[in-house]
Design a protein around this ligand. Structure first.
Ligand SMILES: NC(=O)c1ccc[n+]([C@@H]2O[C@H](COP(=O)([O-])OP(=O)(O)OC[C@H]3O[C@@H](n4cnc5c(N)ncnc54)[C@H](OP(=O)(O)O)[C@@H]3O)[C@@H](O)[C@H]2O)c1
Length: 180
């Protein structure tokens, strides 16, 4: 099973503000929908309950991470640890597990992921939730599509794919200590 982090972040790594996305970028929402097609989804409880979470999970296989006993996710499963969430997806036969954040979940899973699919939003945002720095000794860019802002999308943006650096590789321990 491939573990894929899907995230949109500003140039200063902001991903959220007050529990929601700090921008409205329809081109990214459309891109996001295409990337998660056919994925089993993994989400932190706060992102799952956020406004943008309302439509994402409908009709899809997903697991929500929470430490709350007895939590129910309508139409999906619930796990008490990251490892348990991954095992639930694997047990359900998932081939791609898309990790959808938020900040707390990205921090704990960037060391486990096989691929990062990142929308770079070319502006600085005053956020309160952030994506970890992508360590270039662990991750290499494999593809990039740059787009200019337009009438509907107020910032220049890029869709960027990262794979693990082959020669040196990286373990979750190395990654965690790099970003501690
Ligand atoms: N730009 C993007 O691509 C993007 C994507 C997703 C989210 N976001 C933004 O990110 C922000 C939310 O991020 P966040 O860090 O506040 O919350 P989050 O990561 O979505 O959820 C955190 C919650 O997940 C549960 N959790 C986390 N790790 C766990 C573990 N190891 N075991 C069990 N449960 C675990 C806990 O739930 P309980 O409290 O229930 O125990 C925790 O409070 C929002 O602003 C959202 O809009 C942005």
């Amino acid at each position: 099973m491939k573990l894929i982090i899907v995230v949109a972040k500003s140039d200063n790594n902001a991903i959220g503000k007050n529990g929601e996305l700090p921008w409205h970028l329809p081109a990214d929402l459309a891109f996001f929908e295409r990337q998660i097609e056919g994925c089993y989804l993994l989400s932190g409880r706060r992102s799952y309950e956020s406004e943008q979470g309302k439509d994402i999970f409908k009709g899809r296989d997903f697991v929500v991470l929470t430490r709350r006993a007895g939590y129910k996710a309508r139409g999906g499963k619930v796990a008490g640890t990251v490892a348990e969430g991954i095992e639930i997806a694997r047990g359900d036969g998932a081939r791609r597990l898309c990790i959808l954040g938020g900040a707390e979940v990205y921090r704990q899973t960037i060391g486990l992921a096989d691929e990062l699919i990142v929308t770079e939003i070319h502006t600085r945002i005053d956020g309160d939730a952030f994506f970890p720095e992508i360590n270039p000794s662990l991750w290499e860019e494999t593809k990039r599509e740059e787009h200019a802002k337009d009438g509907e999308n107020p910032y220049d943006y890029a869709f960027v794919w990262y794979g693990r650096v082959k020669e040196r590789g990286g373990t979750s321990y190395q990654e965690a200590s790099t970003h501690a």
